[in-house]
Design a protein around this ligand. Sequence first.
Ligand code: ZN
Length: 506
Amino acid sequence: MEGAGTKQVLKLHDDYIPFAFSSAGKADASLVFAGYGITVDEWKYDDYKNLDVTGKIVVLLRKEPAFAAFHTPKDQGSSHADLITKAILAHRHGAVAVVLNGKLAKGEKDILPSFGGDGGQVDIGIPIVAVKNDTAAARFKAAGKDLLASQNKIDESGETASFGFPESLHATIDTGIKKKHATVSNVLAYLPGKTDEYIILGAHYDHLGRGEYGGSLAPSLIGQFHPGADDNASGTAGLLEFARILSPLKGQLPRGILFSSFAGEELGLLGSAAWVRQPTLPLDKAVAMINMDMIGRIAKDTIYIGGVGTAAGFRSILESGVAMSGLKAEYSDSGYSSSDHTSFVVKRIPVLFFFSGLHSDYHKPSDTWDKIDPKAAVHVVDLVADTGLHIDELPAKPAFVTVVESHPAGAGFGSGSGYGPYFGSIPDFGQVETGVRFSDVRPGSTADKAGLKAGDIMTQFGDQPVKNLYDFNAALRASKVGDVVDVTVLRDGKPLTVKVTLEQRK
Ligand SMILES: [Zn+2]
Protein backbone atom coordinates (compact mmCIF):
# COMPACT_ATOMS: atom_id res chain seq x y z
CA MET A 1 0.00 0.00 0.00
CA GLU A 2 1.23 3.52 -0.61
CA GLY A 3 -0.08 6.98 -0.21
CA ALA A 4 0.28 10.51 1.16
CA GLY A 5 4.02 10.55 0.81
CA THR A 6 4.53 7.30 2.64
CA LYS A 7 4.83 3.87 1.22
CA GLN A 8 3.84 0.84 3.24
CA VAL A 9 5.02 -2.46 1.83
CA LEU A 10 3.08 -5.40 3.22
CA LYS A 11 4.72 -8.68 4.04
CA LEU A 12 3.26 -11.99 2.93
CA HIS A 13 2.09 -14.09 5.93
CA ASP A 14 2.72 -11.22 8.38
CA ASP A 15 0.40 -8.60 6.90
CA TYR A 16 -1.51 -10.26 4.11
CA ILE A 17 -2.14 -13.54 2.33
CA PRO A 18 -4.10 -14.37 -0.83
CA PHE A 19 -7.06 -16.72 -0.52
CA ALA A 20 -6.60 -20.07 -2.24
CA PHE A 21 -9.41 -19.21 -4.66
CA SER A 22 -7.76 -15.90 -5.64
CA SER A 23 -6.62 -15.32 -9.19
CA ALA A 24 -3.05 -14.39 -9.89
CA GLY A 25 -2.90 -10.80 -11.03
CA LYS A 26 -2.01 -7.20 -10.37
CA ALA A 27 -4.14 -4.17 -9.60
CA ASP A 28 -3.04 -0.62 -8.86
CA ALA A 29 -6.16 1.24 -7.88
CA SER A 30 -7.94 3.38 -5.34
CA LEU A 31 -9.55 1.80 -2.31
CA VAL A 32 -13.25 1.71 -1.53
CA PHE A 33 -14.71 0.47 1.74
CA ALA A 34 -17.76 -1.65 0.88
CA GLY A 35 -18.79 -2.85 4.32
CA TYR A 36 -19.51 -6.56 4.39
CA GLY A 37 -19.51 -6.70 0.60
CA ILE A 38 -22.99 -8.21 0.43
CA THR A 39 -26.23 -7.53 -1.42
CA VAL A 40 -29.32 -9.10 0.12
CA ASP A 41 -32.66 -8.07 -1.31
CA GLU A 42 -34.68 -9.75 1.46
CA TRP A 43 -32.82 -7.71 4.06
CA LYS A 44 -33.12 -4.55 1.92
CA TYR A 45 -29.40 -4.20 2.37
CA ASP A 46 -26.75 -3.54 -0.30
CA ASP A 47 -23.18 -2.51 0.50
CA TYR A 48 -22.70 -1.64 -3.17
CA LYS A 49 -25.69 0.71 -3.38
CA ASN A 50 -24.73 3.93 -5.18
CA LEU A 51 -21.11 2.84 -5.12
CA ASP A 52 -19.00 2.64 -8.25
CA VAL A 53 -16.18 0.23 -7.61
CA THR A 54 -15.28 -0.58 -11.21
CA GLY A 55 -11.53 -0.99 -11.49
CA LYS A 56 -11.08 -0.37 -7.77
CA ILE A 57 -9.97 -2.37 -4.76
CA VAL A 58 -12.87 -2.99 -2.38
CA VAL A 59 -12.06 -3.33 1.29
CA LEU A 60 -14.48 -5.77 2.90
CA LEU A 61 -15.31 -7.18 6.31
CA ARG A 62 -15.60 -10.89 7.03
CA LYS A 63 -18.94 -12.37 8.07
CA GLU A 64 -22.22 -10.46 7.91
CA PRO A 65 -23.90 -7.61 9.78
CA ALA A 66 -25.21 -8.21 13.29
CA PHE A 67 -28.81 -7.86 12.06
CA ALA A 68 -28.33 -10.94 9.84
CA ALA A 69 -28.97 -12.97 13.00
CA PHE A 70 -32.65 -12.03 12.72
CA HIS A 71 -32.77 -13.69 9.32
CA THR A 72 -30.57 -16.75 9.71
CA PRO A 73 -30.43 -19.50 12.33
CA LYS A 74 -28.41 -18.67 15.39
CA ASP A 75 -24.62 -19.09 15.11
CA GLN A 76 -24.91 -20.20 11.50
CA GLY A 77 -23.94 -17.48 9.09
CA SER A 78 -25.94 -17.34 5.87
CA SER A 79 -24.35 -17.95 2.50
CA HIS A 80 -23.87 -14.18 2.22
CA ALA A 81 -21.10 -14.51 4.80
CA ASP A 82 -19.20 -16.87 2.52
CA LEU A 83 -15.98 -15.39 1.25
CA ILE A 84 -16.57 -16.91 -2.15
CA THR A 85 -19.97 -15.20 -2.34
CA LYS A 86 -18.31 -11.90 -1.50
CA ALA A 87 -15.57 -12.49 -4.05
CA ILE A 88 -18.10 -13.29 -6.77
CA LEU A 89 -20.06 -10.15 -5.97
CA ALA A 90 -16.92 -7.98 -6.00
CA HIS A 91 -15.95 -9.56 -9.32
CA ARG A 92 -19.39 -8.82 -10.74
CA HIS A 93 -18.92 -5.18 -9.74
CA GLY A 94 -15.59 -5.11 -11.57
CA ALA A 95 -13.46 -4.82 -8.45
CA VAL A 96 -10.70 -6.79 -6.81
CA ALA A 97 -10.83 -7.29 -3.06
CA VAL A 98 -9.11 -7.02 0.28
CA VAL A 99 -10.81 -8.74 3.23
CA LEU A 100 -10.30 -7.59 6.83
CA ASN A 101 -11.12 -9.46 10.02
CA GLY A 102 -13.11 -6.55 11.44
CA LYS A 103 -14.60 -7.07 14.89
CA LEU A 104 -13.08 -10.02 16.66
CA ALA A 105 -15.01 -12.52 18.73
CA LYS A 106 -14.05 -12.97 22.36
CA GLY A 107 -10.55 -14.48 22.54
CA GLU A 108 -10.10 -14.23 18.74
CA LYS A 109 -6.88 -12.72 17.45
CA ASP A 110 -6.28 -10.49 14.45
CA ILE A 111 -4.54 -13.16 12.43
CA LEU A 112 -4.56 -14.18 8.79
CA PRO A 113 -6.32 -17.32 7.58
CA SER A 114 -4.11 -20.17 6.45
CA PHE A 115 -3.62 -20.52 2.73
CA GLY A 116 -5.32 -23.52 1.17
CA GLY A 117 -8.36 -25.09 2.69
CA ASP A 118 -11.63 -23.99 1.20
CA GLY A 119 -11.99 -23.39 -2.47
CA GLY A 120 -8.47 -24.47 -3.41
CA GLN A 121 -9.63 -25.80 -6.76
CA VAL A 122 -11.52 -22.71 -7.77
CA ASP A 123 -10.11 -19.61 -9.40
CA ILE A 124 -12.69 -17.00 -8.58
CA GLY A 125 -11.53 -14.65 -11.31
CA ILE A 126 -10.10 -11.75 -9.29
CA PRO A 127 -7.18 -11.24 -6.92
CA ILE A 128 -8.53 -11.38 -3.37
CA VAL A 129 -6.34 -11.18 -0.29
CA ALA A 130 -6.78 -11.13 3.47
CA VAL A 131 -5.16 -8.23 5.33
CA LYS A 132 -4.92 -7.80 9.11
CA ASN A 133 -6.98 -5.11 10.81
CA ASP A 134 -3.83 -3.67 12.32
CA THR A 135 -2.23 -3.36 8.92
CA ALA A 136 -5.25 -1.56 7.46
CA ALA A 137 -5.93 0.67 10.47
CA ALA A 138 -3.55 3.45 9.40
CA ARG A 139 -5.26 3.64 6.00
CA PHE A 140 -8.63 4.19 7.67
CA LYS A 141 -7.11 6.82 9.96
CA ALA A 142 -5.52 8.65 7.03
CA ALA A 143 -8.99 8.73 5.43
CA GLY A 144 -10.43 10.23 8.61
CA LYS A 145 -12.25 6.99 9.45
CA ASP A 146 -12.08 4.18 11.92
CA LEU A 147 -12.46 0.54 10.90
CA LEU A 148 -14.42 -0.66 13.92
CA ALA A 149 -16.55 2.48 14.07
CA SER A 150 -17.52 1.90 10.44
CA GLN A 151 -18.45 -1.67 11.21
CA ASN A 152 -20.41 -0.67 14.31
CA LYS A 153 -22.32 1.88 12.29
CA ILE A 154 -23.56 -0.86 9.95
CA ASP A 155 -24.36 -3.25 12.77
CA GLU A 156 -26.22 -0.69 14.83
CA SER A 157 -28.09 1.25 12.15
CA GLY A 158 -28.70 -1.44 9.55
CA GLU A 159 -27.48 1.14 7.03
CA THR A 160 -24.45 0.81 4.81
CA ALA A 161 -21.25 2.68 5.66
CA SER A 162 -19.47 2.45 2.33
CA PHE A 163 -17.03 5.20 1.34
CA GLY A 164 -14.15 5.88 -1.05
CA PHE A 165 -10.67 6.43 0.35
CA PRO A 166 -8.87 9.53 -0.96
CA GLU A 167 -7.04 8.93 -4.22
CA SER A 168 -3.71 9.53 -2.46
CA LEU A 169 -4.27 6.33 -0.49
CA HIS A 170 -4.36 4.06 -3.53
CA ALA A 171 -2.82 0.62 -3.26
CA THR A 172 -1.22 -2.07 -5.37
CA ILE A 173 -2.16 -5.72 -5.08
CA ASP A 174 0.03 -8.25 -6.81
CA THR A 175 -0.77 -11.90 -6.31
CA GLY A 176 0.98 -14.88 -7.80
CA ILE A 177 -0.60 -18.28 -7.20
CA LYS A 178 1.31 -21.38 -8.12
CA LYS A 179 -0.69 -24.56 -8.45
CA LYS A 180 1.19 -27.44 -6.91
CA HIS A 181 0.86 -30.75 -8.68
CA ALA A 182 0.99 -34.01 -6.80
CA THR A 183 1.59 -37.42 -8.27
CA VAL A 184 -0.62 -40.30 -7.23
CA SER A 185 -0.50 -43.85 -8.58
CA ASN A 186 -2.92 -46.29 -10.07
CA VAL A 187 -2.27 -49.69 -8.52
CA LEU A 188 -2.37 -52.46 -11.11
CA ALA A 189 -1.86 -56.21 -11.03
CA TYR A 190 -2.04 -58.50 -14.04
CA LEU A 191 -3.12 -62.12 -14.04
CA PRO A 192 -2.03 -63.53 -17.42
CA GLY A 193 -4.42 -65.77 -19.34
CA LYS A 194 -3.85 -68.13 -22.26
CA THR A 195 -4.01 -65.30 -24.82
CA ASP A 196 -2.94 -61.69 -24.92
CA GLU A 197 -6.54 -60.47 -24.64
CA TYR A 198 -7.66 -59.31 -21.22
CA ILE A 199 -10.50 -57.92 -19.09
CA ILE A 200 -10.06 -54.88 -16.85
CA LEU A 201 -11.63 -55.12 -13.39
CA GLY A 202 -11.60 -51.68 -11.86
CA ALA A 203 -12.48 -49.76 -8.71
CA HIS A 204 -11.23 -46.33 -7.69
CA TYR A 205 -9.50 -46.20 -4.32
CA ASP A 206 -9.42 -42.45 -3.74
CA HIS A 207 -12.11 -40.45 -1.95
CA LEU A 208 -12.46 -36.85 -0.74
CA GLY A 209 -9.89 -36.52 2.06
CA ARG A 210 -11.27 -33.90 4.39
CA GLY A 211 -13.47 -32.48 1.66
CA GLU A 212 -11.34 -29.40 1.00
CA TYR A 213 -10.79 -29.94 -2.68
CA GLY A 214 -14.33 -30.12 -3.95
CA GLY A 215 -16.80 -32.94 -4.01
CA SER A 216 -18.01 -32.76 -0.41
CA LEU A 217 -21.78 -32.61 -0.18
CA ALA A 218 -21.57 -31.44 3.41
CA PRO A 219 -20.04 -27.99 2.97
CA SER A 220 -20.43 -27.18 6.64
CA LEU A 221 -18.40 -30.29 7.58
CA ILE A 222 -15.44 -29.60 5.31
CA GLY A 223 -12.32 -30.30 7.35
CA GLN A 224 -13.76 -33.49 8.79
CA PHE A 225 -12.52 -36.81 7.52
CA HIS A 226 -14.67 -38.21 4.70
CA PRO A 227 -14.10 -41.96 5.03
CA GLY A 228 -15.89 -43.10 1.85
CA ALA A 229 -16.71 -46.57 3.13
CA ASP A 230 -19.18 -47.16 0.33
CA ASP A 231 -17.48 -44.78 -2.13
CA ASN A 232 -15.30 -46.59 -2.76
CA ALA A 233 -13.75 -48.78 -0.07
CA SER A 234 -16.53 -51.22 -0.95
CA GLY A 235 -15.49 -51.56 -4.60
CA THR A 236 -11.81 -51.64 -3.65
CA ALA A 237 -12.46 -54.49 -1.22
CA GLY A 238 -14.37 -56.33 -3.97
CA LEU A 239 -11.38 -55.96 -6.27
CA LEU A 240 -8.97 -57.36 -3.68
CA GLU A 241 -11.32 -60.26 -3.13
CA PHE A 242 -11.23 -61.09 -6.86
CA ALA A 243 -7.48 -60.94 -6.90
CA ARG A 244 -7.35 -63.31 -3.92
CA ILE A 245 -9.75 -65.81 -5.50
CA LEU A 246 -8.40 -65.70 -9.05
CA SER A 247 -4.66 -65.51 -8.43
CA PRO A 248 -4.23 -69.33 -8.31
CA LEU A 249 -5.59 -69.45 -11.88
CA LYS A 250 -2.52 -67.82 -13.42
CA GLY A 251 -2.24 -68.82 -17.08
CA GLN A 252 -5.41 -70.92 -16.95
CA LEU A 253 -8.18 -68.51 -17.94
CA PRO A 254 -8.76 -67.93 -21.66
CA ARG A 255 -7.98 -64.23 -21.20
CA GLY A 256 -5.95 -62.26 -18.69
CA ILE A 257 -7.36 -60.02 -15.97
CA LEU A 258 -6.01 -56.60 -15.14
CA PHE A 259 -6.92 -55.66 -11.57
CA SER A 260 -6.97 -51.87 -11.50
CA SER A 261 -7.27 -49.61 -8.47
CA PHE A 262 -7.62 -46.17 -9.96
CA ALA A 263 -6.55 -42.94 -8.28
CA GLY A 264 -8.02 -39.47 -8.70
CA GLU A 265 -11.50 -40.57 -9.70
CA GLU A 266 -13.19 -38.00 -7.49
CA LEU A 267 -11.24 -35.17 -9.10
CA GLY A 268 -12.55 -36.15 -12.52
CA LEU A 269 -11.66 -39.75 -13.49
CA LEU A 270 -7.99 -38.72 -13.55
CA GLY A 271 -6.45 -42.15 -12.91
CA SER A 272 -8.49 -44.09 -15.45
CA ALA A 273 -8.14 -41.30 -18.02
CA ALA A 274 -4.36 -41.40 -17.55
CA TRP A 275 -4.34 -45.17 -18.01
CA VAL A 276 -6.23 -45.13 -21.30
CA ARG A 277 -3.93 -42.35 -22.51
CA GLN A 278 -0.85 -44.40 -21.66
CA PRO A 279 -2.08 -47.97 -21.27
CA THR A 280 0.25 -50.58 -19.79
CA LEU A 281 -1.33 -53.21 -22.09
CA PRO A 282 -2.45 -52.70 -25.72
CA LEU A 283 -5.92 -51.15 -25.72
CA ASP A 284 -7.03 -53.18 -28.74
CA LYS A 285 -6.62 -56.37 -26.70
CA ALA A 286 -9.02 -55.15 -23.99
CA VAL A 287 -12.23 -57.17 -24.15
CA ALA A 288 -14.23 -55.32 -21.51
CA MET A 289 -13.91 -53.04 -18.50
CA ILE A 290 -15.95 -53.90 -15.40
CA ASN A 291 -16.21 -51.16 -12.80
CA MET A 292 -17.29 -51.40 -9.18
CA ASP A 293 -17.99 -48.02 -7.63
CA MET A 294 -20.15 -48.19 -4.48
CA ILE A 295 -21.33 -51.75 -4.02
CA GLY A 296 -21.81 -51.76 -0.25
CA ARG A 297 -25.27 -50.29 0.26
CA ILE A 298 -27.69 -52.54 -1.58
CA ALA A 299 -31.27 -51.41 -0.90
CA LYS A 300 -34.36 -53.45 -1.76
CA ASP A 301 -32.06 -56.22 -3.05
CA THR A 302 -31.44 -54.15 -6.18
CA ILE A 303 -28.18 -53.71 -8.06
CA TYR A 304 -27.88 -51.05 -10.77
CA ILE A 305 -25.90 -52.18 -13.78
CA GLY A 306 -24.80 -49.67 -16.40
CA GLY A 307 -23.17 -50.22 -19.79
CA VAL A 308 -25.40 -53.18 -20.62
CA GLY A 309 -25.86 -51.95 -24.19
CA THR A 310 -22.15 -51.51 -24.96
CA ALA A 311 -21.75 -55.11 -26.20
CA ALA A 312 -24.32 -57.38 -27.79
CA GLY A 313 -23.95 -60.35 -25.45
CA PHE A 314 -23.88 -58.57 -22.11
CA ARG A 315 -27.55 -58.57 -21.27
CA SER A 316 -28.05 -62.33 -21.53
CA ILE A 317 -24.89 -63.03 -19.51
CA LEU A 318 -26.14 -60.66 -16.81
CA GLU A 319 -29.66 -62.00 -16.77
CA SER A 320 -28.55 -65.54 -16.05
CA GLY A 321 -26.10 -64.30 -13.41
CA VAL A 322 -28.68 -62.10 -11.74
CA ALA A 323 -31.18 -64.97 -11.66
CA MET A 324 -28.73 -67.01 -9.56
CA SER A 325 -27.56 -64.13 -7.37
CA GLY A 326 -30.64 -63.52 -5.26
CA LEU A 327 -30.53 -59.88 -6.39
CA LYS A 328 -32.78 -57.87 -8.63
CA ALA A 329 -31.17 -55.73 -11.31
CA GLU A 330 -31.97 -52.44 -12.95
CA TYR A 331 -30.22 -52.17 -16.27
CA SER A 332 -29.05 -49.15 -18.18
CA ASP A 333 -27.62 -49.46 -21.67
CA SER A 334 -25.50 -46.34 -21.41
CA GLY A 335 -21.81 -46.70 -20.73
CA TYR A 336 -21.49 -43.11 -19.58
CA SER A 337 -21.68 -41.90 -16.02
CA SER A 338 -19.44 -40.10 -13.58
CA SER A 339 -17.17 -43.05 -12.80
CA ASP A 340 -14.08 -44.69 -14.31
CA HIS A 341 -15.74 -46.93 -16.90
CA THR A 342 -16.55 -43.74 -18.82
CA SER A 343 -12.82 -43.43 -19.63
CA PHE A 344 -13.01 -46.81 -21.38
CA VAL A 345 -16.30 -46.43 -23.22
CA VAL A 346 -14.93 -43.34 -24.94
CA LYS A 347 -12.16 -45.65 -26.24
CA ARG A 348 -14.88 -47.95 -27.62
CA ILE A 349 -14.24 -50.70 -25.10
CA PRO A 350 -17.40 -52.44 -23.81
CA VAL A 351 -18.05 -51.60 -20.16
CA LEU A 352 -20.18 -52.72 -17.24
CA PHE A 353 -20.78 -50.67 -14.13
CA PHE A 354 -21.99 -52.23 -10.88
CA PHE A 355 -23.50 -49.82 -8.38
CA SER A 356 -25.67 -50.38 -5.32
CA GLY A 357 -27.34 -46.95 -5.46
CA LEU A 358 -27.28 -43.53 -3.91
CA HIS A 359 -27.95 -42.64 -0.28
CA SER A 360 -28.00 -39.64 2.03
CA ASP A 361 -24.42 -40.28 3.18
CA TYR A 362 -22.99 -39.98 -0.32
CA HIS A 363 -19.89 -37.72 -0.30
CA LYS A 364 -20.36 -36.83 3.36
CA PRO A 365 -18.36 -37.68 6.50
CA SER A 366 -21.22 -40.02 7.39
CA ASP A 367 -20.32 -42.56 4.64
CA THR A 368 -18.98 -44.91 7.32
CA TRP A 369 -18.21 -48.63 7.54
CA ASP A 370 -21.05 -49.50 9.92
CA LYS A 371 -23.62 -48.67 7.22
CA ILE A 372 -22.17 -51.17 4.76
CA ASP A 373 -24.16 -54.36 4.21
CA PRO A 374 -21.32 -56.86 3.75
CA LYS A 375 -23.58 -59.84 3.03
CA ALA A 376 -25.31 -58.05 0.18
CA ALA A 377 -21.94 -56.80 -1.07
CA VAL A 378 -20.75 -60.41 -1.28
CA HIS A 379 -23.72 -61.17 -3.54
CA VAL A 380 -22.64 -58.30 -5.78
CA VAL A 381 -19.06 -59.55 -5.87
CA ASP A 382 -20.29 -63.05 -6.76
CA LEU A 383 -22.38 -61.58 -9.55
CA VAL A 384 -19.46 -59.54 -10.88
CA ALA A 385 -17.22 -62.62 -10.74
CA ASP A 386 -19.77 -64.72 -12.58
CA THR A 387 -20.20 -62.02 -15.22
CA GLY A 388 -16.46 -61.44 -15.59
CA LEU A 389 -15.67 -65.14 -16.01
CA HIS A 390 -18.46 -65.54 -18.57
CA ILE A 391 -17.06 -62.67 -20.61
CA ASP A 392 -13.56 -64.10 -20.20
CA GLU A 393 -14.76 -67.35 -21.73
CA LEU A 394 -16.63 -65.86 -24.70
CA PRO A 395 -15.26 -67.52 -27.85
CA ALA A 396 -14.94 -64.21 -29.66
CA LYS A 397 -14.15 -60.80 -28.33
CA PRO A 398 -17.51 -58.96 -27.96
CA ALA A 399 -17.97 -56.16 -30.47
CA PHE A 400 -18.44 -52.68 -29.07
CA VAL A 401 -21.89 -51.20 -29.59
CA THR A 402 -22.43 -47.46 -29.58
CA VAL A 403 -25.41 -46.73 -27.36
CA VAL A 404 -27.60 -43.93 -28.64
CA GLU A 405 -28.01 -41.72 -25.61
CA SER A 406 -31.64 -40.71 -25.43
CA HIS A 407 -30.82 -39.39 -21.96
CA PRO A 408 -27.37 -37.86 -22.25
CA ALA A 409 -26.92 -38.23 -18.49
CA GLY A 410 -26.93 -41.99 -18.85
CA ALA A 411 -26.61 -43.66 -15.49
CA GLY A 412 -25.00 -40.57 -14.03
CA PHE A 413 -25.56 -39.77 -10.42
CA GLY A 414 -24.20 -36.28 -10.12
CA SER A 415 -25.36 -33.01 -8.69
CA GLY A 416 -25.70 -31.28 -11.97
CA SER A 417 -21.95 -31.74 -12.03
CA GLY A 418 -19.80 -33.31 -14.67
CA TYR A 419 -20.59 -32.23 -18.17
CA GLY A 420 -22.84 -29.57 -19.62
CA PRO A 421 -24.15 -26.39 -18.04
CA TYR A 422 -23.70 -25.77 -14.36
CA PHE A 423 -26.58 -25.60 -11.90
CA GLY A 424 -25.11 -25.65 -8.42
CA SER A 425 -27.70 -27.48 -6.38
CA ILE A 426 -26.56 -30.21 -4.01
CA PRO A 427 -29.13 -32.98 -4.11
CA ASP A 428 -30.13 -34.94 -1.05
CA PHE A 429 -29.52 -38.48 -2.20
CA GLY A 430 -31.99 -39.92 0.25
CA GLN A 431 -35.41 -40.99 -0.90
CA VAL A 432 -37.93 -38.41 -1.97
CA GLU A 433 -41.24 -39.65 -3.28
CA THR A 434 -40.98 -37.63 -6.45
CA GLY A 435 -38.59 -34.87 -7.42
CA VAL A 436 -35.08 -33.88 -6.39
CA ARG A 437 -34.67 -32.38 -2.96
CA PHE A 438 -31.78 -29.92 -2.51
CA SER A 439 -29.74 -30.51 0.60
CA ASP A 440 -27.95 -27.28 -0.25
CA VAL A 441 -27.37 -24.74 -2.99
CA ARG A 442 -23.86 -23.61 -3.77
CA PRO A 443 -23.36 -19.91 -3.04
CA GLY A 444 -23.08 -17.84 -6.18
CA SER A 445 -24.21 -20.71 -8.38
CA THR A 446 -26.87 -20.55 -11.06
CA ALA A 447 -29.38 -22.08 -8.64
CA ASP A 448 -28.47 -19.62 -5.89
CA LYS A 449 -28.86 -16.63 -8.18
CA ALA A 450 -32.31 -17.86 -9.15
CA GLY A 451 -33.29 -17.83 -5.48
CA LEU A 452 -33.43 -21.60 -5.02
CA LYS A 453 -32.76 -22.85 -1.51
CA ALA A 454 -31.93 -25.86 0.60
CA GLY A 455 -35.09 -27.87 1.18
CA ASP A 456 -36.66 -27.04 -2.20
CA ILE A 457 -37.83 -30.07 -4.16
CA MET A 458 -37.43 -29.71 -7.92
CA THR A 459 -40.30 -31.19 -9.90
CA GLN A 460 -39.94 -29.61 -13.33
CA PHE A 461 -36.98 -28.43 -15.41
CA GLY A 462 -38.04 -26.62 -18.58
CA ASP A 463 -40.44 -28.93 -20.37
CA GLN A 464 -39.11 -32.00 -18.57
CA PRO A 465 -40.83 -33.34 -15.46
CA VAL A 466 -38.25 -34.24 -12.80
CA LYS A 467 -39.07 -37.34 -10.80
CA ASN A 468 -35.53 -38.22 -9.77
CA LEU A 469 -31.89 -37.26 -10.16
CA TYR A 470 -31.58 -39.05 -13.47
CA ASP A 471 -34.36 -36.95 -14.96
CA PHE A 472 -32.70 -33.84 -13.64
CA ASN A 473 -29.27 -34.74 -15.00
CA ALA A 474 -30.73 -35.68 -18.35
CA ALA A 475 -32.67 -32.42 -18.60
CA LEU A 476 -29.66 -30.40 -17.53
CA ARG A 477 -27.29 -32.06 -19.94
CA ALA A 478 -29.76 -31.72 -22.78
CA SER A 479 -29.73 -27.95 -22.29
CA LYS A 480 -27.15 -25.38 -23.25
CA VAL A 481 -25.23 -22.65 -21.52
CA GLY A 482 -27.25 -19.46 -21.85
CA ASP A 483 -30.64 -21.18 -21.95
CA VAL A 484 -33.26 -19.57 -19.74
CA VAL A 485 -35.26 -22.35 -18.14
CA ASP A 486 -38.38 -22.33 -15.98
CA VAL A 487 -37.66 -24.46 -12.94
CA THR A 488 -40.47 -25.46 -10.62
CA VAL A 489 -39.81 -26.47 -7.04
CA LEU A 490 -41.98 -27.29 -4.09
CA ARG A 491 -41.17 -25.00 -1.20
CA ASP A 492 -43.02 -25.73 2.02
CA GLY A 493 -45.32 -27.89 -0.07
CA LYS A 494 -46.27 -25.10 -2.49
CA PRO A 495 -45.11 -24.94 -6.10
CA LEU A 496 -42.82 -22.08 -7.03
CA THR A 497 -41.46 -21.39 -10.51
CA VAL A 498 -38.30 -19.38 -11.10
CA LYS A 499 -36.36 -18.48 -14.25
CA VAL A 500 -32.85 -19.87 -14.27
CA THR A 501 -30.15 -18.74 -16.68
CA LEU A 502 -27.79 -21.65 -17.21
CA GLU A 503 -24.13 -20.77 -16.91
CA GLN A 504 -20.84 -22.17 -18.02
CA ARG A 505 -19.20 -24.60 -15.66
CA LYS A 506 -16.12 -22.84 -14.31
ZN1 ZN B 1 -16.98 -43.32 -6.36
